[in-house]
Design a protein around this ligand. Structure first.
Ligand code: HEM
Length: 139
């Protein structure tokens, strides 16, 4: 549990870094009219799906997931808000990448740009940053 929690916690920076890099790449490839796919889109997808897998295991083990204490902020956050928002973000990244594979022309990279950017905003909101007083640290 401890190892998984540390992996899940540290991987947030990998996810954020890849997402930001993918968004910049999508923007510049869109502007250049490039038809070439970018491996960064795939790596971002893999990193978020890894978070999903680890998150699912944590969900069934974590003491912070408890529906009897749902009226308390921390329990509500981890039992509902965190999972719900992250699932939406991961679906957006998956749909964005799958769609972009099928598209050509200007739509190809613009699709990644929009879907990944929306996912980034949701992930930033759904991360239990220390200043949100949810009992989680920076790592
Ligand atoms: C991109 C997706 C995700 C990111 C960036 C992310 C990030 C994080 C971070 C930073 C923490 C705090 C870790 C700590 O306290 O050290 C956390 C905790 C947690 N996450 Fe996620 N998460 C993601 C997706 C998910 C998903 C999809 C699930 C469930 C299916 C999930 C379940 C959990 C649970 C249960 C905890 C609380 C563990 C505990 O402290 O006992 N996460 N997550």
């Amino acid at each position: 549990m401890n190892i998984l929690l540390h992996a899940h916690s540290g991987l947030r920076y990998v996810v954020l870094g890849l997402l930001i890099a993918a968004i910049f790449t999508a923007y510049s490839k869109w502007q250049q009219g490039s038809q070439e796919d970018s491996k960064l889109y795939l790596f971002t997808l893999i990193a978020t799906h890894t978070q999903l897998l680890i998150g699912l295991v944590l969900y069934f083990m974590s003491p912070k997931v408890n529906f009897d204490l749902i009226s308390e902020k921390v329990f509500r956050f981890f039992s509902i808000e965190h999972v719900f928002m992250m699932l939406i973000a991961i679906v957006l990244i998956t749909v964005g990448r799958v769609r972009s594979k099928k598209l050509s022309g200007a739509d190809k990279h613009r699709t990644v740009l929009y879907f990944y950017a929306l996912a980034l905003i949701i992930i930033l909101v759904a991360i239990p940053w220390p200043f949100r007083n949810l009992g989680s640290g920076w790592f």
